[in-house]
Write a protein that binds this ligand. Structure first.
Ligand code: SF4
Length: 689
C-alpha cells in the first residue's frame, strides 16, 4: 500500500488527505499531517472519501438513450452523437440555443476547459455552475463594496480573532474543520457569536446566539450598525482613510431605533446592544457567513449589509478580521475563478469589456461570443420557452439542488438534447440523451481552489474505472470533432499553464510552485509570487471601499392561512449536495435517516403529530412525503428540511423567486402546509388531516 497526497473532494474547506492505494484501488483515506487547514484531522465526510469514488458504483462506459432506455456505447459513437446534436442546435437556434453547466466539484482544469468550450467552440457565454445557487450574491455584493468577491482572509485568521461572528452558516455541519477551529478559538478566549434562525450545534455552543426571525438579516445588520453609529463606536480612522463617504448610510439608518430593530428581528434590545458593542470594540473580529445570507431574493443586499458592518468597524484588511463567505463545494471558488460564469472570463475579467474580448479572441483564435450569456436558471427558463435547444451538464445535480424541482425536470425534458458528464447515474443523468463517464479527482491530476483562495494540487492515485475520462479530455475531443483544434492539451498541466497565462490572479502559479508548499492563495502574480493570504491590507481593488444603504426585504412568500409555515432548507454533517457521493458510504448513510422535516414540538402538539410520524408537505409548487423530527432547533412556525435526499427532495417545494442582481433563487424561505399521514392496513400511507 502507498499513500498519495490529495485534497478532500467534499466541501470548500480544502483539507489535506492522503489516498491509501492498494492494487490500483483507493482502499482508505488518512489526514495529511502538517496540512495548514486540516492540521492532521478530517471530518466524517473526508474519512469516507473512498466510498464516494468506489468503482462498483460508477459509470464505466458512455450511455446513449434509445426508445427511452439507456444502452452502452463506444466513446466514438457517444461523442459523435453529442457533436452532431450540438451542431444541429447551433444551426437551428444559434449560439444562444446551446449552453454548458460546469461543475464545482471538478478540477480547475476541467472548468477552464468547460468555459473555453462554451465560448470558443459553441460561441456562447451560456456557461454557469452551482455558485449561482450558493454565493453569486457574494460575488456581486462584495464586488460592489470592495471590488472582489472572495474571502478577504484565510482560515488560519480564526486563530488570531478576538471575536468570531458567524451569520447564516451551519459551520460545524457543513465546514466541519472550520467549525472545530472556531471552537478552539473560543476555548482560548475568543468570543463566538452566531446569528441564525435555527439553533445550530455551533449556536448552542456560542457565547451569544442571536436567533433572528427567518429572513430578517438586513434588519438585524442595519440595526447593529445603527446602534454603533448612534454611540460613536465606528472606526473613524479606518473610515476616513479607506472608505467612501459614510454619510448616505448614516442618514439611511438614522430613522431606526434598537426597539424598532428588536420588533423586526425578534432579538431583545439588550442583546442587540451587547453584540454591537462587542463587535465594534473587538481588536480583531472575523466575520464568516454562508447561504443563510445569500439564498434570499435580497441576497446581494444581505451581503452588502454584512460588508457595511465590517467596514464601519474597520474589521477588514488585518489578520484576524475580514468578510469571509464560506463556499460550499470543494472547488466552487475555482469554478468561479475559471470563468464558469456568463459575465466573466477566467480571473473575473469582464466579458463585456472589448479589450478582454480581444485578448481571449487572440489567444483562442475564435471571436468572442456576441450575446450576453444566461445563468443556469436563465437556461432552465429558456429551455422551457424552446429557446435553449441543447445543454451539457457536467457533474451537477440541478434536479435535486435547484429550486422548484418540477420546473427543472420539465425544462430538461423540453430540451432537444441533454448530455450529462458524471461519475454515476444521478437523477439529472437519468434525463439525459447521452451520459459520459467522468474520472474522479483521485483518477487525474489537477487543482482545486478552496474557500480561502488556496490553489492546491490533486494527483492521480489510481486508473479511472472502465472507459471514464477527465472532463478536459472529453471536451477537447468534442471540440476537435466540432472543428476546433485549440483544446488538444497533452496533460492537465498544459491546461493549467494556458489558464495561468491568461488569468492575472493565477499568473505566477505553476504545478512546480504549488508542489513546494501546501498550495498558493491568489492573487499570485509578479508582485505576490508567494500568493496573498490576506486581501485589502493597504487598499481595495476598487480604491476606497463603499458603504451602501440597503433596506430590509421580506421573503417573497410569507406564511398565510393556506400555507401557515415558513420552510427553510439546510444541510447535514453526514451528507453533501444531492448525496450522490456521500450516500455511497454505509457509515455516512447510517449517520442520518433519509429525509426529515424538522419541527418545533409546540407546532407538533398543535397538529397532533408525534416523532417520526409520516406527513405530507406542500407548497405552491409541489408536495412530498416525509417524517417529522421534533426539535427546538427550529422556532415555532418554522420548519427545516435538508436537501440531500431524492426520497423527499425539498426543492420540489422551494421558491424560484430571484435576487434581481445575482439571480440567486430564494432557497432559504418559502411557505408550506403540513398534513398528517397515517399508515393504512395495506401498508399504504393515507392523509388523515
Ligand atoms: Fe472534507 Fe470539508 Fe470535512 Fe475537510 S471539512 S474533511 S474538506 S468535508
Amino acid at each position: 500500500m502507498h499513500v498519495v497526497p490529495s485534497i478532500c473532494a467534499f466541501c470548500g474547506v480544502g483539507c489535506g488527505i492522503g489516498l491509501r492505494v492498494q492494487n490500483d484501488r483507493v482502499v482508505g483515506v488518512e489526514p495529511q499531517p502538517g496540512h495548514p487547514i486540516s492540521q492532521g484531522q478530517l471530518c466524517s465526510k473526508g474519512w469516507a472519501t473512498s466510498f464516494a469514488i468506489e468503482p462498483a458504483n460508477r459509470l464505466t462506459e458512455p450511455l446513449v438513450k434509445e426508445h427511452g432506455r439507456f444502452r452502452r456505447a463506444s466513446w466514438d459513437e457517444a461523442l459523435g452523437r453529442v457533436a452532431e446534436a450540438l451542431a444541429i442546435a447551433l444551426d437551428e437556434a444559434g449560439p444562444q440555443g446551446v449552453g454548458v453547466i460546469s461543475c464545482a466539484r471538478a478540477c480547475n482544469e476541467d472548468n477552464y476547459a468547460a468555459q473555453k468550450f462554451a465560448r470558443a467552440v459553441l460561441g456562447s457565454h451560456n456557461i454557469d455552475h452551482c455558485a449561482r445557487i450558493c454565493h453569486s450574491p457574494s460575488v456581486a455584493g462584495l464586488a460592489m463594496t470592495l471590488g472582489s468577491g472572495a474571502m478577504t482572509n484565510g482560515i488560519a485568521d480564526i486563530d488570531e480573532a478576538e471575536l468570531i461572528m458567524v451569520i447564516g452558516a451551519d459551520v460545524s455541519e457543513n465546514h466541519a474543520m472550520i467549525g472545530a477551529r472556531m471552537l478552539r478559538a473560543q476555548a482560548r478566549g475568543a468570543t463566538l457569536i452566531v446569528v441564525d434562525p435555527r439553533k445550530t450545534r455551533l449556536a448552542r455552543l456560542a457565547d451569544i446566539h442571536l436567533q433572528l426571525r427567518l429572513g430578517s438579516n438586513i434588519a438585524l445588520l442595519n440595526g447593529l450598525l445603527q446602534i454603533i453609529l448612534a454611540n460613536g463606536w465606528e472606526n473613524h480612522a479606518f473610515l476616513a482613510a479607506r472608505c467612501e463617504d459614510i454619510q448616505p448610510l448614516r442618514r439611511h439608518l438614522a430613522g431606526l431605533s434598537p426597539e424598532r430593530t428588536s420588533a423586526l428581528t425578534g432579538i431583545a434590545v439588550a442583546d442587540l446592544e451587547r453584540v454591537a458593542y462587542l463587535f465594534s470594540h473587538a481588536r480583531t473580529a472575523f466575520t464568516a457567513y454562508g447561504m443563510g445570507i445569500t439564498q434570499f431574493q435580497s441576497g446581494t443586499n444581505n451581503v452588502i449589509a454584512v460588508s457595511n458592518l465590517a467596514l464601519a468597524c474597520g474589521q477588514v484588511g488585518r489578520p484576524g478580521t475580514g468578510i469571509n463567505p464560506l463556499r460550499g463545494q470543494n472547488n466552487v471558488q475555482g469554478a468561479c475563478d475559471m470563468g464558469c460564469l456568463p459575465n466573466v472570463y477566467p480571473g473575473y475579467q469582464d466579458a463585456a469589456d472589448a479589450a478582454v474580448q480581444a485578448k481571449f479572441a487572440a489567444a483562442w483564435g475564435r471571436p468572442a461570443p456576441e450575446h450576453p450569456g444566461l445563468t443556469s436558471l436563465g437556461m432552465t427558463r429558456a429551455a422551457l420557452d424552446g429557446e435553449l435547444r441543447a445543454l451539457m451538464i457536467m457533474g451537477e445535480e440541478p434536479v435535486l439542488t435547484d429550486p422548484d424541482q418540477g420546473h427543472v425536470a420539465r425544462a430538461l425534458t423540453a430540451l432537444d438534447f441533454l448530455v450529462v458528464v458524471e461519475l454515476s447515474l444521478t437523477e439529472t443523468a437519468k434525463l439525459a440523451d447521452v451520459v459520459l463517464p467522468a474520472a474522479s479527482f483521485a483518477e487525474k491530476h489537477g487543482t482545486f481552489t478552496n474557500c480561502e483562495r488556496r490553489v492546491q494540487r490533486v494527483r492521480q492515485a489510481v486508473q479511472a474505472p472502465g472507459m471514464a475520462r477527465c472532463d478536459w479530455q472529453i471536451l477537447g475531443e468534442l471540440a476537435a470533432r466540432m472543428g476546433y483544434p485549440g483544446m488538444a492539451w497533452g496533460d492537465a498541466e498544459a491546461v493549467f499553464e494556458e489558464m495561468a497565462g491568461l488569468t492575472p490572479i493565477y499568473s505566477a502559479m505553476s504545478y512546480a510552485a504549488l508542489e513546494q508548499s501546501y498550495g498558493l492563495q491568489w492573487p499570485c502574480d509578479a508582485e505576490h509570487p508567494q500568493g496573498s493570504p490576506l486581501l485589502h491590507e493597504r487598499g481595495f481593488p476598487r480604491g476606497r471601499a463603499r458603504l451602501l444603504p440597503v433596506s430590509q426585504v421580506e421573503p417573497d412568500e410569507c406564511p398565510d392561512a393556506d400555507y401557515p409555515f415558513a420552510l427553510t432548507t439546510h444541510r447535514l454533517h453526514f451528507h453533501y449536495g444531492g448525496g450522490s457521493m456521500t450516500r455511497q458510504s454505509p457509515l455516512l448513510e447510517r449517520g442520518t435517516p433519509a429525509a426529515l422535516l424538522f419541527m418545533n414540538p409546540s407546532d407538533a402538539v398543535r397538529l397532533g403529530l408525534e416523532e417520526q410520524q409520516p406527513v405530507a408537505v406542500r407548497s405552491r409548487r409541489g408536495s412530498l412525503e416525509t417524517r417529522v423530527h421534533l426539535t427546538d432547533d427550529v422556532p415555532p412556525g418554522v420548519l427545516a428540511m435538508p436537501y440531500h435526499f431524492r426520497e423527499a427532495p425539498c426543492n420540489r417545494l422551494t421558491n424560484g423567486a430571484q435576487d434581481p442582481l445575482s439571480k440567486m433563487p430564494e432557497l432559504k424561505a418559502c411557505a408550506v402546509a403540513v398534513q398528517a399521514l397515517s399508515i393504512g392496513s395495506s401498508g399504504g400511507v393515507h392523509a388523515s388531516l
